[in-house]
Ligand binder design. Structure first.
Ligand code: ADP
Ligand code: MG
Ligand code: MG
Length: 251
């Protein structure tokens, strides 16, 4: 589903290398988690995959379903099935949440040569998905993320994901700022989308999210590289001992 090879990324604005040779293969149907200390490049990886400005790929490749995505525009990557739930969801004043989602859903359908979803079908679908995530009707009418609490913003990211039904879902610290109940809602939302044709890359600091969203593979990222990969037990080890033991062992 996702194949990243030897990915090197610099900042465009200043001379700084952030990713220093990331290798990662995520198969369809699987859930991979990425953990790692602050500043190790986890968000940068998610930004570069989704096509955010400001980064320069100096070496390596990234393919979605065998297709090189690094040359695509962000919206082309989205239409190809890539989705990123932001660590810091963006507020969009003046754009209603529902309007935003309807536009996004229909843009993707159009890009795939499918018909627009009717207003009635869309409304039915979004109401059902919002209900699952305990997002009330009022939040659907308000401008995207404006005045939402931290937890509401994160749940709204999952609502977007549920509506767009992407193939490759990247969640960047979606659990941070969530209380236990919200974490359960978000995890249930993710688990409901687990499917043989879909894959997840879950970036998180905490084992507790991975209690709910059981990963197949856990990777540790440090200083712009994936330095260790293993099963769920790796997340337990991090939770118990922190990163320093593990990183000095790798070094
Ligand atoms: P993580 O998500 O693992 O905490 P990030 O990808 O956010 O790490 O950041 C990796 C490193 O790159 C950090 O040292 C961060 O300060 C730096 N960095 C990322 N983007 C920028 C930017 N636009 N300008 C300056 N430094 C940046
Ligand atoms: Mg961070
Ligand atoms: Mg980050």
């Amino acid at each position: 589903m996702l194949e990243i090879k030897n990915l090197h990324v610099d900042l465009e604005e200043e001379e700084k290398t952030i990713l220093k040779g990331v290798n990662l293969t995520v198969d369809a149907g699987s859930v991979h988690a990425i953990m790692g200390p602050n500043g190790s490049g986890k968000s940068t990886l998610s930004y570069v995959l989704s096509g955010r400005d400001g980064y320069e790929v100096t070496e390596g490749s990234a393919a979605l379903d065998g297709e090189d995505i690094l040359e695509m525009e962000p919206e082309e990557r989205a239409s190809a099935g890539l989705f990123l739930a932001f660590q810091y969801p963006v507020e969009i004043p003046g754009v209603g949440n529902m309007t935003f989602l309807r536009t996004a859903v229909n843009a993707q359908r159009k890009a795939r040569g499918e018909d627009e979803m009717s207003a009635t079908d869309f409304l039915k679908l979004i109401r059902a998905k919002a209900k699952d995530l305990k997002i009330d009707a009022d939040m659907l009418k308000r401008p995207v993320n404006v005045g939402f609490s931290g937890g509401e913003k994160k749940r709204n990211e999952i609502l977007q994901m549920a509506m767009l039904e992407p193939k490759m879902c990247i969640l960047d610290e979606t659990d941070s700022g969530l209380d236990v109940d919200a974490m359960k809602l978000v995890s249930d939302g993710v688990n409901a989308l687990r499917d043989a044709g879909r894959a997840f890359l879950v970036i998180t600091h905490y084992q507790r999210l991975l209690d709910h969203i059981k990963p197949d593979v856990v990777h540790i990222m440090a200083d712009g590289r994936i330095v260790k990969s293993g099963g769920p037990e790796l997340a337990m080890e991090v939770e118990k001992n922190g990163y320093s033991d593990l990183l000095s062992e790798v070094a």
